[in-house]
Design a protein around this ligand. Sequence first.
Ligand code: CUA
Length: 184
Amino acid sequence: MAVWSPEKRVWWNEPVERGELLWVAIAFLWGVFMFFMMIYWHINGNQNLSTETYKIKPEDYVAKVEAFVERYQVGEEGDTGVPVVAPPPGSDVYLLARLWEFWPVLQLQKGQSYRLHLSSADWQHGFSLQPINMNIQVHPGYEHVMTITPMETGVFAVVCNEYCGAGHHTMVGRIRVVEPGQGG
Ligand code: CUA
């Protein structure tokens, strides 16, 4: 099969087909519509989280999480060696994503608000809180902060939902929510 030069080389001077123009217009208008729907869903659907985001060096974030764990650790999670941390209501709580764990296990009180900080020590990870299905991308170099108020007690799984290598499928953390007054 031979390869021929196009008949008209300056293709961008050719008129655009009416059908193609129509699709470009529809796609553009749909994009504008969905842009405003993002704002609408944020207000009326509670679908997007209001996070504050700050730049931070990964090693500085790790140091903050370590200091937080040292201050509020109350035990260890089973025989995993992962610390369980019970910070006081209203405080800043820190969660670190790294290959391949969420560290530490947070123990929070039902009905109390916390400022949850989230960042990564290495790769991109995903914070997916189950079964609530709250999802946040976690990047090294950026610290997300959001206010959370757990409304039911129980043990919630934090699943990594961004592929991050060989141990990705094992990257599961825990957040425990207890009745007020039960520690923390
Ligand atoms: Cu961390 Cu996938």
